[in-house]
Ligand binder design. Structure first.
Ligand SMILES: Nc1ncnc2c1ncn2[C@@H]1O[C@H](COP(=O)(O)OP(=O)(O)OP(=O)(O)O)[C@@H](O)[C@H]1O
Length: 302
C-alpha cells in the first residue's frame, strides 16, 4: 500500500482544515493510501516534519497551509536525495504558490488534483542555505508581506496588504545595490528587487508575466530609484501587468543572481523574513515533483 503524510498548519488562513480532515483522510484511504497526519505546532515545525516524512520513506507528502507552510515543507525536502511527490491543499490567506499552480482553493477540488495523479517536476530557488518555491526579494516594500498582522490577513485577505502598502509609501527610499546576474552587473540605487520563480507574486498575477516554473530560470525584476509619484504610477501599472516597459524597471531572466547592498537590506523569502542580504540565488531546475491540474500543465506550454 502507498503511504501519504499530510502536514498541515492548524492556524493557517481561516483555520478551517482541521474540520475537513476526516473526509480528506477518507478520500486518501479510498484511493489506496495509508495516510497519517502531522499538525504543525510552531514556526519551523513543518521543516522537521517534512524531513522526518522523507526519512520514513512516505510515497507522498501533502502540505496543507499557506505559502509559509509550503515553504517550510520544501525546506525540509530540498536537500534530501529521495524527494517524494508533493501535493498542496491551499489553506492560507494569499496562497500565491497554489495560485501559480492553478490549484483550486476548495479543499475537495485540491484533493482531486492530488488523487488524479498528474505531476510535474518544477524549479525551486536556493538563497544562501534556504530554499524558496515562489519568490525572494528585498527592498522596504517587500517587508509588508510579513509586517501585516496575520489576524488582519485572516479578516481582510488581500486588502490587508494594500492598506499596509499605502501606509508604508512615505518611508520608501532607494538603496544602492550591486546585482550580478549570469555575468551581467547592475550597480545603482534601487527601490526593490524580486527574484521570481512563478508569475504569482503577492496577489499580483502579472508582475513577472513570463515566469515559467520548469525552465531553470528566475525572472529578475528590479525597480530603480523612483520618487513617490513615479512609484505609485508604476505600482498601478503593475496591477495590470503594464509596468515592464517603464524605464525604471529592469526585467530579465537569470539562472544565478548575487545581490549586495551598501546599507542593510532584509531578505524576503516566500513572503517571510529570511535574514539579511547579501544573497546568492541559484535556480534548481525541476527539483521537486508537484501534483498539478491540467490547467497548469497547459499554462506552462504557452
Ligand atoms: N501551530 C502553530 N501556531 C502558530 N504558528 C504556526 C503553527 N504552525 C505553523 N505556524 C507558522 O505559521 C506561519 C504561517 O502559516 P501559513 O503560511 O501556513 O499561513 P498563512 O500565513 O495564513 O498563509 P499565507 O502565507 O498564504 O498568507 C508558518 O510559516 C509557520 O511557521
Amino acid at each position: 500500500m502507498k503511504t501519504a503524510r499530510i502536514i498541515y498548519n492548524p492556524t493557517s488562513g481561516r483555520e478551517a482544515f482541521k474540520k475537513e480532515l476526516a473526509p480528506v483522510l477518507e478520500r486518501f484511504e479510498v484511493a489506496g493510501y495509508e495516510t497519517s497526519t502531522h499538525a504543525t505546532t510552531s514556526e519551523g515545525d513543518a521543516i522537521n516534519a517534512a524531513r522526518t516524512a522523507v526519512k520514513r520513506g512516505f510515497d507522498l507528502i501533502v502540505a496543507a497551509g499557506g505559502d509559509g507552510t509550503i515553504n517550510e515543507v520544501i525546506n525540509g525536502m530540498a536537500e534530501q536525495e529521495y524527494r517524494p511527490k508533493l501535493g498542496i491543499i491551499p489553506m492560507g490567506t494569499t496562497n500565491d504558490f497554489a495560485r501559480a499552480l492553478c490549484i483550486p482553493r476548495d479543499i475537495k477540488k485540491a484533493v482531486d488534483v492530488i488523487l488524479s495523479d498528474q505531476s510535474m517536476l518544477l524549479d525551486i530557488g536556493r538563497v544562501n542555505d534556504q530554499y524558496f518555491m515562489n519568490i525572494a526579494g528585498g527592498g522596504k516594500l517587500t517587508e509588508l508581506t510579513y509586517e501585516v498582522p496575520s489576524k488582519l490577513k485572516t479578516m481582510l485577505g488581500q486588502m490587508a496588504y494594500y492598506m499596509k502598502g499605502i501606509e508604508m509609501l512615505p518611508s520608501l527610499k532607494p538603496i544602492r545595490a550591486k546585482i550580478e546576474y549570469d555575468g551581467n552587473i547592475v550597480d545603482e540605487e534601487i527601490m526593490l528587487f524580486l527574484i521570481s520563480n512563478s508569475n504569482s507574486v503577492a496577489g499580483f498575477e502579472k508582475l513577472a508575466p513570463d515566469a515559467k516554473l520548469d525552465d531553470g530560470y528566475f525572472d529578475l525584476l528590479i525597480l530603480k530609484k523612483a520618487n513617490l509619484a513615479e512609484f505609485i504610477r508604476i505600482a498601478s501599472l503593475a496591477l495590470r501587468g503594464a509596468h515592464l516597459e517603464d524605464s525604471h524597471v529592469i526585467y530579465v531572466k537569470a539562472k544565478e543572481v548575487k545581490v549586495d547592498t551598501d546599507e542593510k537590506m532584509q531578505l524576503n523569502i516566500d513572503g517571510e523574513f529570511g535574514g539579511m542580504l547579501p544573497g546568492e540565488f541559484k535556480n534548481l531546475q525541476q527539483h521537486i515533483e508537484f501534483f498539478v491540474p491540467d490547467k497548469f500543465v497547459e499554462s506552462q506550454k504557452s
